[in-house]
Design a protein around this ligand. Structure first.
Ligand code: NAD
Ligand code: UDP
Length: 313
């Protein structure tokens, strides 16, 4: 028999959260989406607003929340550098106070709790590809620190609640993910390049474009989220979720130009401070413990994402 679970998704109106809401409502669960709409929008979840098993709450996770749920996915936090640097103090509060509030909720209700952590906990990594045992190379006082250190502190809180209060925690370290419902102006590289290419604007290559990232399509990532949530008590993470296929940012720009048939030219712009030189997940743990690996490769994922941005224009 199918068990209908009551599931809270914080940051549910954002890019990843909206896909997770769709997935879990589609599977027949009761979903509460809590979001302060800082970077998320109702448009991302508009298809769910008339759904009786979906509930939207305007709520800021830096304040306590009292609901009765079986599972919590804690995704609330701006993810793109221009958004998380807009109000860095609020970014740290969202990660740290948000984690404390959601962990408190999990403690009271006995809910399992998932944390959307990030590859940024590895900083500008000196171990490549990044394995979960690597402690990272993070600047504590730079412009990215509000995000990186906020997420690191949230991980600390998750593991302390696990050890101290026996909470069932699931910590995922998410690597760069892209797809429909990304904010067109949020400054992340995939959305920037596609929007620039579609509009015939110059493609802004930060630095010389030799820095690398590994891009995961959103549908693959959401499969990883639910697979991790379904694991038994022995799996806490942290566990890397991402696509290990690594590309330089220049290669990405060239691919986007090719797939959009764009006449846009590459222009170089200054490299932001503390921009990691390379990033690639080692996903052996996800493969062995979750039976998960991405199946959608860059070209197919980019085509779907390009279609989405075309529909916005
Ligand atoms: P996003 O900015 O689209 O979504 C974040 C959501 O959180 C938005 O809806 C926003 O309004 C909401 N939010 C922000 N602060 C809040 C607060 N104080 N209270 C309530 N809601 C708040 O970003 P995303 O890409 O969907 O990222 C979701 C999560 O995954 C984030 O925690 C992010 O750090 C993490 N993550 C994402 C990626 C990626 O590549 N997309 C990579 C690593 C980690
Ligand atoms: N980037 C770029 N042009 C842009 C936006 C980003 O060259 O218009 C680069 C950025 O410097 C970084 C990479 O693309 O090296 C990924 O940037 P993003 O902000 O998407 O994510 P993150 O740096 O957090 O991985």
């Amino acid at each position: 028999m199918h068990l209908r679970k009551r599931i809270l998704i914080t940051g549910g109106a954002g890019f990843l959260g909206s896909h997770l809401c769709m997935r879990l409502v589609g599977e027949g669960h009761d979903v509460i989406c809590a979001d302060n709409f800082f970077t998320g929008t109702k448009d991302n979840i508009i298809a769910l607003l008339d759904e009786p098993h979906f509930e939207l709450m305007r709520h800021d996770v830096t304040f306590p929340l009292y609901v009765e749920v079986d599972e919590i996915y804690n995704l609330a936090c701006p993810a793109s550098p221009i958004h998380y640097q807009h109000d860095p103090v609020q970014t740290t509060k969202t990660s740290v106070h948000g984690a404390i509030n959601m962990l408190g909720l999990a403690k009271r209700t006995g809910a399992k709790i998932f944390q959307a952590s990030t590859s940024e906990v590895y900083g500008d990594p000196q171990v490549h590809p990044q394995v979960e045992g690597y402690w990272g190379h993070v600047n504590p006082i730079g412009e990215r620190s509000c995000y990186d250190e906020g997420k690191r502190c949230a991980e600390t809180l998750f593991f302390d609640y696990h050890r101290q209060h026996a909470l069932q925690i699931k910590v995922a370290r998410i690597f760069n993910t892209y797809g429909p419902n990304m904010h067109p102006n949020d400054g992340r590289v995939v959305s920037n390049f596609i929007m620039q290419a579609l509009q015939g604007h110059p493609i802004t290559l930060f630095g010389d474009g030799s820095q690398t990232r590994s891009f995961c399509y959103v549908d693959d990532l959401i499969n990883g989220f639910t697979a991790l949530m379904e694991t038994g008590d022995d799996v806490t993470g942290p566990i890397n979720l991402g696509n290990p296929n690594e590309f330089t940012i220049r290669e990405l720009a060239e691919k986007v130009i090719e797939l959009t048939n764009s006449k846009s030219e590459l222009v170089s712009a200054p490299l932001p401070s503390d921009d990691p030189l390379q990033r690639q997940p080692n996903i052996e743990q996800a493969k062995s413990r979750l039976g998960w690996e991405p199946v959608i490769q860059l070209e197919e994922g980019l085509r779907k994402t390009i279609q989405y941005f075309e529909s916005l224009l």
